[in-house]
Design a protein around this ligand. Structure first.
Ligand SMILES: [Zn+2]
Length: 676
């Protein structure tokens, strides 16, 4: 399965209004369902006696099931007459299924015993995707909700570039052109194709031998590509949204892969994206899922083939500021190649770009604050300077100056809460536009960082091969402690991209638990070499019986990661113990590693002043309640040591970074003993 984004043209004001109303209606359905789900889940956990007596009956009574939630969705649709002008039953049912997926993650723990928190209600701004329904691949002309009609050939025929050679008539020929040539010339205002009319002869005959025919439908449309939504049962007919395709020949191999074979088209989600430049503030896209893997160019295929042929194994050491990669030949024979190392940090240029971006973001945030203060001056006090000026003027017998932007703190009640909630503030149009620009910039920066991670991952795998091992660290804690540095280097995104690239190249990124291996606290000779987080060089001191190895701390621990062997990379967590070298799996965390290794940030939450609060053991009644009511609510994420390797793709729950591994055979093994 893979997805292509198809930009949609919503040019006409009336069509845009209908699409906006569709999103508004669907968001209200989703919000109603999320509120229902939250209430029912609350009732489910509160009814402890019923739950213990017969959990199935208790759930059935509450209607806490997929069908129960779907039934609620239908009820909302039936009770609200206006909803049926905009949304269809299939759409509402699909939305209920999506909400149920979140509730199911809350009710049932996964393989590692974690469960998601209570269902929440999302906001209007987060609601960007209307899930569509998959098309039937057994029944012809059966595709509910959003459908894609037309063909790529029809699109090429309708919008040929005037300079395109007449010999190019098929999409395959257009995909073979040199990059830089124009294939399409789509007008700024795309014409909306008309629904096919008339009757289409079916190739059957009736009893008298006369040919049968049927009414033409959108399924007979072979012109330009178009997304069609049939609308609600009482609505104003089809919503027809033309698709705008990339026009240059460079993108046509990609289009050919996704769009040339309509039998592979599977499902369409309607997605909106904030765009301050677009009329209405949103642009619309169709995310088409096809039943095939994603597109990779011939150059990518060649690079991956070359990387897969490298007989190398490597280790990766993730860090807040950089990523160290060390690889060596799998045979460990110096004739097969030397040891390679790489360090991925931000370049000077990237640092400058990040600093400039931050400066601009800060400027926008200040402008937003100024605008809010100017629109709601009665909610803010004057600053100390403004007050002092008033007093000086008063002493000089001058009238006080009018203050348009009070610069002091927000006016609060005696308890310290704002006198007026922020959501009730008056906001100017300029404020809204700037806020939209601000969030669009943030989205664009995230996209750029994702792209950078993919490029780096491709380069790393091309140089070190696809068989890598990384220490599995909890990057969320890094973000808690060093958020600013992490958001610049994005270590989690880099490791996720590496895992995806390893899998695509036929290898696998294995994750070894940092709690059992403590790679940065060991030397390559197997000796334990404890060091604090500040110590950036590794030195195995011969005076203490060490081997004398001196080197960069990150590179040494990356080299050590290359030697880590997972006893069972596919074992479901917990406990999947990892060992270095032979010997029985360790039954508990190694000595001297009772607390998290100093090389890794502590798992504890944000450091705070005062004595640490002791969490109540599970099942402790909430103070003030006789019966265990609130204390019984399950902990949404009980802590587990994170040592989950990527699950195998053939497993029951494939994940984005699943892959296969080649067993590391014939490698010398290192004994590591804890001497502490
Ligand atoms: Zn050593």
């Amino acid at each position: 399965m893979s997805v292509i984004r198809l930009p949609l043209v919503v040019g006409d004001a009336s069509v845009r209004r209908r699409v906006e109303q569709l999103f508004s209606a669907m968001w209200q359905v989703k919000r109603a369902l999320q509120r229902d789900a939250r209430d029912v889940a609350g009732a489910y956990w509160a009814g402890g006696v019923r739950r213990e007596r017969d959990v199935k009956a208790w759930r059935a009574d509450l209607g806490l099931s997929r069908t129960g939630l779907e039934r609620r969705a239908y009820q909302h649709l039936e009770r609200s007459r206006w909803l049926s002008d905009h949304v269809s039953k299939a759409l509402v049912m699909h939305q209920a299924d999506e909400v149920w997926a979140g509730v199911a993650r809350h009710l049932h723990p996964d393989a590692s015993g974690r469960r998601a928190g209570r269902p929440k209600t999302g906001t209007w701004w987060e609601y960007t995707r209307i899930p569509g329904r998959a098309r039937s691949h057994t029944t012809e002309r059966k595709w509910e909700t959003f459908r894609l009609h037309g063909t790529l050939a029809g699109h090429l025929e309708a919008f040929r570039h005037p300079a395109l050679p007449p010999s190019v008539t098929t999409p395959a020929q257009a995909a073979g052109l040199a990059p830089g040539m124009g294939v399409l010339a789509q007008p700024r205002r795309m014409p909306v194709p008309a629904r096919p009319a008339g009757r289409i002869p079916t190739k059957t005959t009736d009893a008298r031998g006369r040919g049968r025919s049927r009414a033409a439908s959108w399924f007979d449309h072979t012109g330009p590509l178009t997304v069609v939504f049939a609308g609600g049962p009482t609505g104003g007919g089809d919503i027809v949204l033309p698709v705008r395709l990339p026009q240059g020949a460079g993108r046509w191999p990609y289009l050919l892969h996704y769009l040339n074979d309509p039998s592979r088209w599977h499902k369409i989600d309607l997605v909106r994206r904030r765009d301050p430049a677009a009329p209405g503030g949103w642009t619309y896209e169709a995310h088409l899922m096809i039943l095939a893997s994603g597109h990779a160019s011939p150059a990518t295929h060649a690079r991956r083939r070359q990387a897969a042929a490298l007989k190398r194994v490597g280790g990766v050491d993730g860090n807040v500021s950089n990523l160290a990669v060390v690889s060596l030949p799998a045979t460990l024979d110096p004739d097969d190649g030397g040891v390679c190392s790489d360090r991925i940090t931000l370049t000077q240029q990237e640092r400058h770009a990040l600093a400039a971006g931050r400066r601009k973001a800060r400027g926008r945030q200040r402008a937003l604050d100024r605008s809010r203060r100017a629109s709601n001056p009665q909610q803010y006090q004057r600053s100390r300077r403004q007050k002092a000026r008033d007093e000086h003027r008063k002493a000089a017998g001058l009238p006080p100056k009018a203050v348009t932007v009070p610069a002091g703190p927000r006016r609060t009640t005696a308890t310290g809460t704002p006198r007026q909630a922020y959501r009730r503030d008056t906001l100017s149009t300029g404020y809204r536009n700037l806020r939209a620009r601000h969030s669009a910039m943030a989205a664009s920066a995230a996209e750029a960082s994702h792209h950078r991670a993919k490029k780096i991952a491709a380069a790393v795998v091309a140089a070190h091969g696809p068989h890598l091992t990384v220490e599995d660290c909890d990057i969320r804690t890094w973000f808690r402690l060093w958020g600013r540095a992490c958001s610049a280097t994005t270590p989690g995104r880099l490791i996720a991209a590496l895992a995806a690239e390893c899998t695509a190249t036929g290898g696998r990124l294995l994750r070894a638990s940092t709690f059992t291996t403590a790679l940065s606290q060991h030397c390559l000779c197997g000796r334990r070499a404890p060091k604090s987080l500040r110590q950036r060089t590794h030195h195995c001191d011969p005076a203490d019986g060490g081997c004398g190895l001196r080197g960069d701390r990150d590179l040494v621990s990356a080299a050590l990661a290359a030697f880590t062997i997972l006893t069972d990379p596919d074992a479901p967590p917990p406990p999947a113990w990892t060992t270095i070298g032979p010997g029985p799996p360790r039954s508990s965390s190694p000595k001297g590693c009772k607390k998290p290794c100093p090389s890794q940030p502590h798992r504890s939450p944000r450091p705070r002043a005062g004595p640490a609060r002791q969490p109540n053991p599970a099942g402790t009644p909430f103070p003030g309640n006789r019966r265990p009511l609130l204390g019984e609510t399950p902990d949404p994420a009980p802590w587990q040591p994170r040592m989950r390797p990527d699950p195998h793709p053939s497993g029951p729950r494939p994940k984005a970074h699943a892959g296969t591994t080649r067993p590391h055979t014939g490698r010398p093994r290192t004994h590591i003993r804890d001497k502490s």
